[in-house]
Write a protein that binds this ligand. Structure first.
Ligand code: ZN
Length: 218
C-alpha cells in the first residue's frame, strides 16, 4: 500500500503543466502506480479545462459534489481512470530485472556509476539546475546521514526503504526539504527515482569526506 503521495497542490501544478520536467516525470511515474493520484489529476485536468474554456463545471464539482466525489475516488480508486497498460519498461541492475513506469522507461541509460552499494545514473531532462537520477541501493546499503540545501523527491520503484521510522515501498512519493536530516537505508535493496535542486550535504563523520562527491552520487 502506498503511504506517501504528492501534495494536492503538486498534482494540480502537474495537471496544469507547471512543474519542471524532472518533477513532472516523478509525478507521472507515481500516477502510473497510484490510482488515487491518477484520478485526482484527471479531476484537476477537468477543472482546469473548464476554467480555460470558461465552461461551467459538472454538478459533481461544486462543494457538496466535490466531497462526494472524493469519497467515491477513495472508495473505488481504480474505476475512474484506468491503469496504464502493463507494458512498462525494464531495467537490469545488480543481476535483477525491475519493471519501470513507462515514463521512466523512455529515459533510462544503460550504464551505472557505482560507489559501494550505491549505483547511480543521471537522467538528462535538459534542466541543469535540477538533477534527476535513478538510484539503486543494494541489500543492506544506506545513504550516510545527510541533509539537503533544496528539496529531494524520492519515488520508490522497487524493493523497500526505511527512513525516519517508516518503511516505504514501490510507488511511495517521498518529499524532503532542507529541514530533514536523514539516513535512508534498505534491508532488501531498492531502486528509486530521485530529483534534487541542489546537491545533498553529508552531515556526520567520515561521510562528510563525500561532500565533494555528493553531486556525483545523486
Ligand atoms: Zn498517490
Amino acid at each position: 500500500m502506498i503511504k506517501a503521495h504528492p501534495t494536492d497542490e503538486m498534482l494540480r501544478a502537474f495537471a496544469a503543466d507547471q512543474l519542471p520536467v524532472p518533477l513532472a516525470v516523478g509525478v507521472a511515474a507515481h500516477c502510473e502506480l497510484c490510482a488515487a493520484c491518477r484520478n485526482r489529476v484527471h479531476q484537476h485536468e477537468t477543472e482546469l479545462a473548464a476554467e480555460a474554456f470558461d465552461e461551467p463545471l459538472p454538478a459533481a464539482f461544486d462543494d457538496a459534489g466535490m466531497s462526494d466525489m472524493l469519497d467515491q475516488i477513495l472508495a473505488s480508486p481504480a474505476e475512474r481512470v484506468p491503469a496504464p497498460p502493463a507494458a512498462q519498461g525494464w531495467i537490469e541492475v545488480d543481476g535483477e530485472r525491475i519493471a519501470l513506469p513507462g515514463v521512466l522507461a523512455r529515459h533510462h541509460q544503460p550504464t551505472w556509476r557505482q560507489l559501494g552499494k550505491v549505483r547511480h545514473q543521471g537522467l538528462a531532462f535538459g534542466q541543469a539546475a535540477i538533477r534527476a537520477s535513478l538510484l539503486h541501493i543494494a541489500a543492506g546499503g544506506q545513504i550516510p546521514e545527510h541533509t539537503h540545501r533544496g528539496y529531494e523527491l524520492t519515488l520508490l520503484l522497487s524493493g523497500s526503504m526505511q527512513d525516519g521510522g517508516v518503511r516505504y515501498q514501490r510507488g511511495d512519493f517521498i518529499w524532503r526539504d532542507a529541514s530533514v536530516v536523514h539516513t535512508p537505508h534498505t534491508a532488501e535493496g531498492c531502486l528509486c527515482y530521485t530529483v534534487q535542486d541542489a546537491p545533498i550535504h553529508f552531515t556526520r563523520g567520515l561521510p562528510r569526506l563525500l561532500n565533494p562527491l555528493a553531486h556525483r552520487l545523486y
